[in-house]
Design a protein around this ligand. Structure first.
Ligand SMILES: [Zn+2]
Length: 132
């Protein structure tokens, strides 16, 4: 068994995160993760890793995106309060900023979630993973 196959889930996660943030496969680092800006490929064209193995597997990415967006919104709200922005100006700036942030972050949250699931599978020594 090669060294990559003996990695645990956390070690695999540390290797996978830079790959998915570059929109690449968490397993091989070469295959494209996305078909379009927001739509995941079914599987990696290079190594065959299936990104969405079951219905509802991306629910975690929605929670991740929502949680990070709420943290950013809270930081933004405190910043606008400290800057003395009025209610309506704050609402307009806040809503626009959060909407833009959410659209920007959504693909990253999907990629991070694919890396979380993949790392969990490697840690559980599932048959279909082949760490590289
Ligand atoms: Zn791959």
């Amino acid at each position: 068994m090669n060294e990559a196959k003996q990695r645990g889930g956390w070690q695999t996660f540390r290797v996978s995160i830079p790959r998915v943030l570059r929109r690449r496969c968490p397993q091989c680092g070469d295959g494209a993760l996305f078909r379009t800006r927001f739509e995941l490929q079914e599987a990696c064209a290079d190594c065959g890793l299936v990104y969405r193995r079951e219905q509802g597997s991306m629910t975690g990415s929605m929670y991740l995106c929502a949680a990070v967006t709420e943290i950013v919104a809270a930081i933004l709200a405190v910043g606008m309060f400290l800057a003395g922005l009025g209610l309506y100006a704050g609402l307009i700036v806040g809503l626009l900023s959060i909407t833009i942030f959410c659209f920007w972050f959504l693909p990253y949250s999907k990629g991070i979630w694919v890396a979380v699931e993949y790392s969990t599978d490697v840690g559980n020594r599932e048959d279909w993973v082949d760490p590289r």
